[in-house]
Write a protein that binds this ligand. Structure first.
Ligand SMILES: Cc1ncc(COP(=O)(O)O)c(C=O)c1O
Length: 437
């Protein structure tokens, strides 16, 4: 047998991925060996400023001492209990803590392991509580990759040939002001009238729930006007249905408040959470007021790993860290970031729109020589977005790329980011746009 040369560093990881992991994501990003605060390091010793947080997860920063210690202490005590058979203390305390920090009367939680499971469970609960079946979600919205949440996801790019045909799911227009097909670019409560139209035309009126992301993440950081979300909540309830807020990405401080719904003065009937909840340990949850949660009877739902004591202990420490100043920092830095990105929009005609809340911002790259496909806004330029992202990597900065058209730079750093680091990220963007446009 001929000897293969030994690979090392990043190459070794990537070639094992090629050989032994399913080819889900062909454009792999930098492999990560370790992280500290807002800095990550690869296997070749290169350091990067992390402005994406592993898709908006490490809100309290990489290797946050308090969270790591809490998880280690719990590992020494009890690693697993199956919390729906043998109650464990961290799950009990976390349920109480989530009730304290959640908007409105949200009180009782169910723990699972991911965002998609939180959505699936929330839908089951809404169906059980209302006795109705149909669910409406937003076009371009994203709710996960398992079959139920994939059916709700309003983007064919995620569905390909694998999404189920579920007659109980319909979609309504998103509040995407920059490319809105309902209004002239100033989405208002009136754009929410589309929900009435969809209920009237695509459902049989047997509506269990309407699911919305208060700020749409994968769609390209789409921030609705407050009145729009409030109007959606009102229409939903007028039809006897529940409003499910998918706070998987917006929750746990990301938008500058613990949950984004608070900033819209909307109290969801069920709230789905995951991502930042335990700063990277796998955990998801959905939470509802007692009168809704208590519709579940024993055996209606379960998860072997849900409520894992180590993940719950990490979540308790994460909430302490977030309340200890990180949410405030997200709000303050986010205000600065908003202005800094808006200046890029003024400076470059390839920057069509910038928008966001807290430390969840999007920069939409466009080709100003063309318009459409939706409305009169300049055409999305996904190729430019990719080039800008590559240029940023070369400068040692990791920024996400996403959006319905694949043309949105996603600025979602750990919430502990300092002004100097944020300035470096924005300057990096400026340099990359100058070089690539
Ligand atoms: C809003 C939203 N909901 C649900 C999900 C699915 O979460 P997970 O990947 O943990 O299943 C995501 C993931 O990006 C998300 O952004």
């Amino acid at each position: 047998m001929s000897k293969q040369p030994q690979k090392s560093g990043n190459n070794a990881i990537e070639s094992r991925y090629d050989d032994y992991l399913m080819p889900i994501w062909k454009e792999l990003d930098v492999p990560l060996r370790r992280g500290e605060g807002c800095t990550v390091e690869d296997f070749d010793g290169n350091e990067y400023l992390d402005v994406f947080s592993g898709i908006s997860v490490t809100n309290a920063g990489h290797h946050n001492d308090a969270i790591v210690e809490a998880a280690k202490d719990q590992l020494d005590e009890l690693l697993h209990s199956c919390s729906y058979v043998h109650p464990n203390e961290p799950a009990a305390k976390l349920g109480e803590r989530i009730a304290e920090i959640s908007p409105g009367n949200l009180q009782k939680s169910f723990f699972c392991n991911s965002g998609t499971e939180a959505i699936e469970g929330a839908i089951k609960l809404a169906r059980k509580h209302t006795g109705s079946k149909e669910v409406i979600a937003l076009e371009m919205g994203f709710h996960g990759r398992t079959l139920g949440s994939l059916a709700l996801t309003g983007n064919k790019a995620y569905k390909k040939d694998m999404a189920p045909t579920i007659n109980d799911v319909a979609h309504t227009a998103p509040p995407y002001a920059y490319r809105c097909q309902t209004c002239d670019g100033e989405c208002t409560a009136a754009c929410a009238d589309d929900l009435e139209r969809v209920i009237g035309t695509h459902t049989s009126g047997d509506l269990a729930a309407v699911v919305v992301e208060p700020v749409m993440g994968e769609a390209g950081i789409v921030v609705p006007p407050k009145e729009w979300l409030q109007a959606v909540a009102e229409i939903t309830r007028d039809h006897g249905a529940l409003l499910i807020a998918d706070e998987v990405q917006t929750g746990y401080g990301r938008t500058g408040s613990m949950f984004a719904s608070e900033q819209f003065d909307v109290e969801p009937d069920i709230m789905a959470q995951a991502k930042g909840i335990a700063n990277g340990l796998p955990l998801g949850a959905f939470t509802a007021p007692a009168e809704i949660a208590d519709s579940f009877e024993s055996g209606d739902h379960l998860s072997t790993f849900g409520g894992n004591p180590v993940a719950c202990a990490a979540a308790l420490a994460t909430i302490d860290e977030l309340e200890g100043g990180l949410v405030d920092n997200a709000r303050e830095q986010g205000e600065w970031l908003s202005t800094a990105l808006w200046e890029l929009e003024e400076e470059f005609d390839v920057v069509g729109d910038t928008r966001g809340l807290g430390l969840m911002h999007g920069v939409e790259m466009v080709d100003p020589s063309e318009t459409g496909p939706m409305g009169e806004a300049p055409a999305p330029d996904a190729t430019l977005a990719k080039h800008v992202s590559k240029h940023l990597r070369e400068q040692g900065i990791v920024v996400g790329v996403g959006g319905y058209h694949g043309n949105v730079m996603r600025v979602q750093p750990p919430l502990a980011i300092e002004r100097e680091q944020l300035e470096r990220a924005v300057e990096g963007l400026r340099t990359a746009i100058e070089a690539e446009a």
